[in-house]
Design a protein around this ligand. Structure first.
Ligand code: ARG
Length: 587
């Protein structure tokens, strides 16, 4: 199966070769001036250097050769020597047939499948999830879907934040409220009750309560720090409590993520690698990778060519405790031992760039990983309409559950306004509203260049018009209903006969799927998938406006168009699936 671009590249490359120039000059791509021709080749410009001939002369020689070998291909020379190429309609028809027969609608598998580890989500136990975690989850999940689709072996891990001072806050605050619980009796070593002593609401209350007190009162803060240290050192009652806190949090998080359609293979956290830390630290000390500095143990990670020296990574603080970077290093060790991944991707906001640079350099320096096997997939912040970091009206950080609720609310309103889903049962309508809300949230986030900040505007995102998730979803549903109607009328799809420009344009978009996938993978860029989905939907809409299907009299043309519609739907559903958008049966 070769794309039109590849077929043309072979033809033009062959022509370059016969006129005595390297075949590589024949690279063809989709034209940036589609008004002149759909494809172009700029090889003659580069060839001028090789051949010491004017580009125009080279272009003419190549065009003459092409006219002989591929008479059906229209070649025009523009400007100083650009080759403009217009393939015959047959070529589109053949390509369209091939795409229609392919379950993956033209998507190939990665040539070299990798073992990938994806670290994303990263919510913190007991702290409410905020939009930063939401972005990480959405981008990470889309990359996970893409990488799997490309044939890579993916293992995703939520990497919960469950090992910092917040655990000490929770423990001490709970102790103040319920001092009689067996977990606080230092003389006891278990067994402890299997039933959790707290609910998720308790956790959501206890943490802010404690941290507010600790901010005002250093003595209160020290109690939390001490409890954290004891927890890390293995005090049994605290460990048992930690397990409860984690389990309660995970249960709630699973609900949130299920609502969003975000999947994790592993629900591990920072605390899972605690037992590896002593070994890691001892090893780094023994090999001289870690050095002593002001009572702490650090790994120096600055390099000569740094424009600004990078501060050393603190492995063990002067209080003797392991820090965020330490758990990240221990997690790398754990992942290496268990899965030996070729690459670990960390989908975490830009604000943590410094941290990851330190961790990656330290891991390389310690010989734990090869260079370039750890990668920070960074993203910008989500802002409110005022251009500042998104907050709720009350000024707190945005909570994920609230966001999902609001989006669903708006989705219901929009559906009603648009007169959609009127004939659905209540349950079906609710499912559609959920799917629309998800589509709005996902698309609005993913369509942006990962590293830019973007302004959150729910009203715009939930609209069925413009470049939105719900618009794309609706286009797909429309094609679905068209296909159902055709089936009802006994119209069957048949092989392609292409004659209209909008048909050719649609096939060109379909044919660009593989390129979009490769680019999205290379740049870790779900926005490329969004772009492809949108341009595909637009190409379909141009085609459908110009080319009637069910009312077309010519049977062969009708069947061909139906097949084209069917293929467009298949690809649209595939690419929307990679973004995490479901297409309802009807709406
Ligand atoms: N829990 C962290 C936070 O909320 C994010 C974790 C990112 N992943 C990692 N391996 N450090 O900021």
């Amino acid at each position: 199966m070769t794309s039109i671009v590849e077929q043309l590249t072979r033809a033009v490359g062959g022509a370059f070769k016969t006129v005595g120039l390297p075949a590589e000059l024949g690279a063809v791509f989709e034209s940036d001036r589609p008004d002149l021709a759909p494809y172009q080749c700029n090889g003659a410009m580069a060839a001028a250097r090789h051949a010491r001939r004017a580009p125009r002369v080279v272009a003419e020689a190549v065009a003459a050769r092409l006219a002989k070998d591929h008479p059906a291909l229209k070649v025009a020379i523009a400007g100083p020597g650009f080759l403009n190429l217009t393939p015959p309609m047959d070529m589109y028809a053949q390509r369209g047939d091939a795409l229609s027969e392919d379950a993956r609608a033209g998507a190939r598998m990665a040539v070299q499948p990798l073992r990938l580890m994806l670290d994303f989500g990263g919510p913190n136990v007991a702290k409410p999830m905020h939009v930063g975690h939401l972005r990480s989850s959405i981008i990470g999940d889309s990359l996970q879907r893409l990488m799997r689709f490309r044939g890579h072996q993916v293992m995703s891990d939520i990497h919960l934040g469950d090992w910092g001072l917040q655990m000490g806050h929770l423990i001490t605050e709970l102790e103040d409220e319920c001092p009689d619980l067996p977990y606080f009796d230092a003389a006891l070593t278990g067994p402890y009750p299997g039933q959790a002593p707290v609910t998720i609401e308790d956790l959501a209350r206890l943490y802010p309560q404690a941290s507010a007190k600790a901010r005002k009162d250093p003595v209160r803060n020290d109690r939390s720090r001490k409890a954290t240290a004891e927890l890390q050192a293995g005090r049994p009652g605290y460990r048992a409590l930690l397990r409860h806190f984690i389990n309660v949090s995970i249960a709630a998080l699973k609900d949130d993520f299920r609502a969003l359609g975000v999947h994790f293979d592993l629900w591990k956290g920072e605390s899972d690698v605690n037992d590896l830390i002593p070994e890691l630290v001892a090893d780094l000390k023994a090999r001289g990778v870690a050095e002593q500095s002001d009572g702490a143990w650090v790994v120096r990670v600055d390099r000569e060519d740094d424009s600004k020296a990078l501060a050393p990574l603190i492995l063990v603080s002067n209080q003797g405790s392991a820090l965020y970077a330490t758990t990240d290093l221990a997690t790398i060790l754990d992942r290496q031992r268990r899965r030996n991944p070729d690459l670990i991707l960390y989908v975490v906001d830009l604000g943590q760039s410094y941290h990851f640079e330190q961790v990656f350099r330290a891991a390389c320096k310690a010989g734990m990983v090869r260079e370039n096997t750890l990668e920070h997939v960074k993203f910008g912040t989500v802002n409110g309409p005022d251009g500042k970091r998104l907050r709720t009206r009350a000024g707190d950080t945005f909570r994920l559950a609230d966001l999902i609720d609001t989006a669903r609310e708006r989705a219901r309103e929009r559906l009603n306004e648009a007169g959609l889903g009127a004939e659905l049962s209540e349950m079906e309508f609710e499912n559609v509203a959920r799917a629309v809300a998800n589509a709005a949230i996902r698309f609005s986030d993913l369509q942006n260049l990962r590293t830019t900040n973007y302004a959150f505007d729910l009203d715009r995102f939930v609209s069925f018009e413009g470049k939105t998730g719900p618009y794309l979803q609706y286009q797909a549903v429309r094609i679905k209903s068209l296909l159902k109607k055709a089936a009802g009328k006994g119209v069957a799809p048949g092989s392609m006969v292409i004659s209209h420009d909008t048909e050719a344009a649609l096939i060109r978009r379909l044919d660009g799927f593989e390129t979009a996938l490769v680019r999205a993978e290379r740049d870790r860029a779900p926005n490329v998938l969004c772009e492809h989905a949108y341009s595909l939907a637009q190409a379909f809409s141009g085609f459908y406006t110009a080319c009637p299907i069910l009312s077309e009299r010519d049977e062969a043309v009708r069947s061909s168009r139906l097949r084209l519609a069917e293929t467009a739907l298949r690809q649209l559903e595939l690419v929307l699936g990679l973004i995490g958008i479901d297409v309802p049966e009807r709406m």
